[in-house]
Design a protein around this ligand. Structure first.
Ligand code: AMP
Length: 113
């Protein structure tokens, strides 16, 4: 069986996180190494390894994560933000439990490195 990720452990409450929002489909918490004044991760409760492993039956979860990003922005009192999903190692994915970054609170450059 595939080894549990750090986010799997956070979901089980085995390691702590700074929770921002939680519902039946997802959990959102502060990134441990924030890249901006606001840097929140939203993860599905269902273990999905990465975006490319998502299936048609995950459609509701994927849509939900995007809508929760707006809730996070409201909670964090930011009007504008960037959402990022890194998919695969060369794209910068380091934790293989799907997650959406919500980054804001400062001016962001484009394109990313
Ligand atoms: P990615 O590189 O897209 O896979 O993003 C993984 C993110 O998880 C990084 O921004 C890390 O800083 C963050 N991270 C790793 N471990 C933890 C943790 N225990 N609590 C909160 N964020 C974490």
């Amino acid at each position: 069986m595939e080894e549990e990720t750090i986010f799997g452990k956070i979901l089980k409450g085995e390691i702590p996180c700074e929770e921002i929002y939680s519902d039946e489909l997802c959990l959102a918490f502060k990134d441990i190494e924030p890249q901006a004044p606001v840097h929140i991760l939203i993860i599905p409760r269902k273990k999905i390894r990465s975006l490319k492993d998502a299936k048609i039956e995950d459609q509701e979860i994927l849509g939900h994560l995007l809508l929760v990003a707006s809730k996070i922005a409201a909670i964090e009192k930011i009007e504008e933000w960037r959402t990022i999903i890194n998919t695969g190692e060369t794209a910068g994915q380091t934790v293989f439990h799907l997650h959406l970054h919500v980054i804001g609170g400062r001016s962001l450059k484009w394109p990313p490195g």
